[in-house]
Design a protein around this ligand. Structure first.
Ligand code: SAM
Length: 303
């Protein structure tokens, strides 16, 4: 059953971590002229209005983009993310927040390809509508429309990713961002990555995950470390001490397989700032861990 709608969560601290890292992965991919394929297995709706009924119901953006909006001392790599969002809000008022497909659209180039999958029929339609509006806006500005550059498909992203690997350009950035409302998602991520790495070992795979009390969540990162990728990098952001009843999302992570060498120093620069601005109590913290695959077993260390 598809009950999850990202509109209720848009712009929260987990989105900040995910989309800031995503921006930096694109920055790295853009260092070479050669085209790449961006695959978004769980796309969501693409753009979110923060004044919508869904977004204002829980106002989760107050845990993420809200406190960052007026900061003037943001570290340069985080400013690249913030500038992208400010660009969507030319009036200066924080109204729209990007989903990962919009981030990819803005950060990628003419020669790159976007392959976007979404299973929820309503969100898939909104995603397609949002890209149509973007096209119309580009046409008004005299820019080329997306043409074959962007493909949006209503379907199962886990399943569809396989068929796209390896991409013709042999360069790919994959974002895997399921809702994890059903515990099967944890296993599906691992299985999909196992298959994807067998077909395309050098792809960059970025996996967002919630850090929760439930067993599947606690073991998840350790299991990803055992996947057959040459290197991995794991970053988590915790904004506050978990409540005794375990409700709410206080902590999340981005796990990157085959991370670019540029990412770790950027995380070291930005994560303390995010903890300072988004942290709510003494439980606020970040972790950065990295590791390499050594003869079939993952060797990692906290860095
Ligand atoms: N990546 C988006 C972003 O950062 O803006 C948010 C995605 S949201 C966390 C997860 C999305 O995955 C939901 O829109 C949900 O409908 C969709 N979904 C759930 N299972 C899916 C599947 N097997 N394949 C594709 N989409 C799926």
């Amino acid at each position: 059953m598809l009950s999850y709608r990202h509109a209720f969560h848009a712009g929260n601290h987990a989105d900040v971590l995910k989309h800031f890292v995503q921006v930096q992965l694109h920055v790295y991919m853009n260092q070479k002229d050669a085209a790449y394929t961006y695959i978004d297995t769980h796309s969501g709706a693409g753009v979110y209005a923060l004044d919508s009924f869904q977004a204002t119901k829980t106002a989760e953006f107050d845990t993420g983009i809200g406190p960052l909006w007026n900061c003037t001392d943001v570290p340069a790599p985080l400013k690249e993310y913030l500038d992208l969002i400010k660009g969507m809000n030319p009036s200066g008022k924080m109204r729209y927040y990007p989903g990962s497909p919009y981030v990819a659209e803005q950060m990628s180039r003419e020669q790159d390809r976007l392959r976007l999958f979404e299973l929820h029929p309503a969100d898939c339609k909104i995603l397609a509508d949002n890209f149509r509006k973007l096209d119309a806006h580009k046409a008004e500005q005299g820019e080329r429309s997306r043409g074959r550059r962007v493909m949006i498909e209503h379907g199962d992203g886990f399943h569809s990713m396989k068929a796209l690997l390896p991409p013709p350009s042999r360069r790919a950035l994959v974002l895997i961002d399921p809702p994890y409302e059903i515990k099967d998602d944890y296993k599906r991520v691992r299985d999909a990555l196992d298959e994807a790495l067998a077909k395309f070992p050098s792809g960059i795979f970025a996996i967002w995950y919630p850090v929760l009390q439930r067993m599947e969540s606690r073991q998840f990162a350790d299991r990803l470390k055992r996947l057959p990728a040459k290197e991995w990098l794991n970053v988590t952001l915790t904004t506050n001490t978990p409540t005794p009843d375990g409700t709410g999302l206080h902590s999340s992570g981005m796990f990157i397989l085959n991370p670019p060498y540029t990412l770790e120093p950027i995380l070291r620069e930005v994560m303390p700032y995010l903890v300072r601005v988004l942290g709510k109590d003494a439980g606020a913290r970040f972790t950065i861990e990295k590791g390499t695959q050594v003869t079939g077993a993952a060797a990692g260390r906290i860095v």
